[in-house]
Write a new protein. Structure first.
Length: 570
RNA sequence: UGUCCCAUUGUGUAAUGGCAGCACAGCAGAUUUUGGUUCUGUUAGUCUAGGUUCGAAUCCUGGUGGGACAACCA
């Protein structure tokens, strides 16, 4: 029984996704000499997000699995949308995720010369022509997917004239938008992209790498397959929206390449995540309209946002692995991402005492002015994490919500006359409270049982204490600011609305800042990027906004809290 | 009224003509110095109608539903 279950688990791990199946079949058939070479080809026009992260994991993961290589290639053929800022950010994000591309980062713009020569070759062979019509006319002539298009009157120009015009395009003799180079394919094709796709357009925008060297730029379709070919890519993995481009991808290679080797385009489905947006256009809008603080706002699904929030590379890789690969539109529940980060942080994050909403506890029978140190495990999941000393005294802070005067039966924490254990220290009993005029509790009075110290051997003392509370000694705390992020969007998914104005979808409570939190003094030395588990409250990461005297924490994710859930259900 | 892609529990993903499995979420219980973690159990699925077959989630046909394509974007 156990044995068979174990075997099933192993079998499951070995399950191949459909891309791996394709690759293994090709390897078995001896294609490309068994070589596997992939690439990740972002356009540098925005920051990478969790969707790119899964694509990165796929491409680099395939290369790693089959002892191959993976390139990073910037698809920088449209200077009007691109910027070096993004190039740096993209490289940093990929490396942070734990991947390293083969050699130096590559650029489609590296191939501008080669692509130009190929374009001339096609012109000479009568496979491409210069069209003098404006964009609207060309677009109208393509007609609709349900009816054949109309051929351009310039379609039958001589090769000599086309070559002359194309060279003059390159030399800057024509106005932007006045002429394009088109492939001569089939204006009646049911695939709109095959209706004489545009290969080159005139653009006087300086390019972030080639400057003013070129004033004509190749289109995606005339660039991508050939770039793959030049780099020796075997598997060009992209998202489903490029599926209709595949015939064009192959068509261009067929015109230009006479080797047996061809890169192969394989499409898989974009992996959307619930409660967020993934389109670059919309993310840019969130940044520009200042709905968020920037690309790395911890509520953003960008890699930099997730990083700042406290997500680990391991958790994102685990997410990509668990989501899998398919060929249909999907929306992954964000709960899976949250599961992955909890799983990793549970194993690695140091536990720490932190009180977000402090209320004072005075232990009346504890010797006045005395402080002792109690030993507490740094991480019960990790035996190597060791112990630390935490100051304990007669004046403490506990979480305000951990005390209730009229508590329901299922409340396990402190109540008048009730007992709880203070984590790592003693059992205390509540003897009374002091309130201000408004009736809000100022101080909780308790007595402690000196025989109940953790690890003393007398802990049990013949009684069972249901609750355990976190605390900090009033004599030994540091103050901190804690930022709690909820989902940026309400339940309704703005990604589903083509022209959504985000205002109506944004959850106004998505960011809550709590000041005056009390932390154990050991956190003095915490640095931006350090991650902790605040007992019962969740996982937190030190933010870059922290200063010497004021630590700022972002809550990465809350712990599961069944008590809170019970409360919500009422 | 075109071409192409897709349809397995709430979500994601396996099963490649032979026992519908796994994960997340949910529910119940055990353990627990934090109502967490860990462990155990459990609810729930092949879009639909035909066909082929000893046998269909899988192959075929029709239907339904979802998606992509009509940028000088990628």
């Amino acid at each position: 029984m156990d044995n068979s279950r174990h075997q099933n688990a192993e079998a499951e791990e070995k399950t191949l996704n459909f891309i791996e199946q394709i690759i293994e079949e090709e390897i078995a058939a001896g294609k490309n000499g068994g070589r596997v070479y992939t690439r990740f080809p972002p356009e540098p026009n925005g920051y990478l997000h969790i969707g790119h992260a899964t694509s990165i994991c796929l491409n680099f993961g395939l290369a790693a699995k089959y002892n191959g290589k993976c390139n990073l290639r910037f698809d920088d053929t449209n200077p009007s949308k691109e910027d070096v800022e993004y190039i740096d950010a993209i490289q940093a994000d990929i490396q942070w995720l734990g991947f390293q591309w083969e050699g130096k980062a590559l650029y489609a713009s590296d191939y501008f010369r080669q692509l130009y020569d190929w374009a001339e070759k096609m012109i000479i062979e009568g496979k491409a022509y210069v069209d003098d019509q404006p964009a609207e006319v060309i677009s109208a002539q393509r007609m609709s997917p349900t009816e054949p298009g109309v051929e351009s009157p310039f379609r039958s120009r001589s090769a000599e004239e086309n070559l002359d015009l194309f060279r003059r395009m390159r030399n800057g003799e024509f106005k932007e938008g006045s002429r394009v180079l088109r492939a001569k394919i089939d204006m009646a094709s049911p695939n709109m992209l095959m209706r004489d796709a545009i290969m080159y357009r005139i653009m006087y925008t300086p390019h972030h790498r080639t400057g003013n060297q070129w004033c004509i730029y190749p289109m995606y379709d005339f660039t991508h397959g050939q770039s793959d070919y030049l780099e020796g890519i075997t598997h060009s993995v992209c998202t489903m929206e490029f599926e209709v481009h595949r015939p064009l991808y192959n068509w261009f290679l067929d015109q230009l390449i006479d080797t047996e080797y061809r890169p192969r385009q394989i499409e898989f489905a974009r992996r959307n995540v619930s409660h967020t947006v993934m389109s670059k256009r919309k993310l840019l809008e969130l940044v520009q309209k200042k709905y968020v603080s920037g690309w790395d706002d911890p509520r953003m699904p960008t890699i930099s946002g997730l990083r700042r929030r406290g997500y680990t590379p391991e958790s994102i890789r685990m997410f990509a692995e668990k989501v899998g690969v398919a060929r249909r539109e999907i929306v992954v529940d964000i709960a899976l991402l949250e599961h992955c980060i909890r799983e990793h942080l549970n194993l690695t994050a140091q536990r720490v005492m932190a009180v977000l909403d402090p209320v004072k506890v005075v232990i009346s029978n504890y010797p006045k002015g005395q402080t002792e140190f109690v030993q507490i495990e740094n991480n019960p999941e990790d035996p190597d994490a060791g112990m630390r000393n935490v100051a304990f005294s007669g004046e403490l802070y506990i979480e305000r919500e951990d005390f209730m005067e009229d508590a329901p039966k299922k409340f396990f924490r402190l109540t008048p006359g009730g007992e709880v254990r203070l984590k790592g220290a003693y059992i205390i009993k509540c003897t009374g409270v002091e309130k201000d005029r408004a009736g809000s509790i100022q101080t909780i009075y308790c007595t402690y049982d000196p025989d109940s110290k953790s690890g003393s051997g007398h802990e049990a003392s013949n009684r069972k204490v249901k609750g355990t509370l976190h605390w900090v000694s009033a004599s030994d705390t540091i103050d901190a600011e804690v930022r709690i992020y909820d989902r940026l969007f309400k339940d309704e998914d703005p990604d589903g609305h083509k022209d959504a104005d985000f205002k109506e979808f944004i959850n106004e409570d998505s960011l809550k800042t709590i000041k005056g939190c009390k932390l154990e003094s050991g956190l003095k030395t915490a640095k931006p990027g350090d991650r902790f588990q605040f007992q019962r409250l969740g996982y937190f990461c030190v933010d870059k906004d922290s200063t010497e005297g004021n630590l700022v924490f972002n809550r990465t994710v809350a712990l599961k809290d069944t008590w809170a859930k019970m409360q919500n259900e009422k």
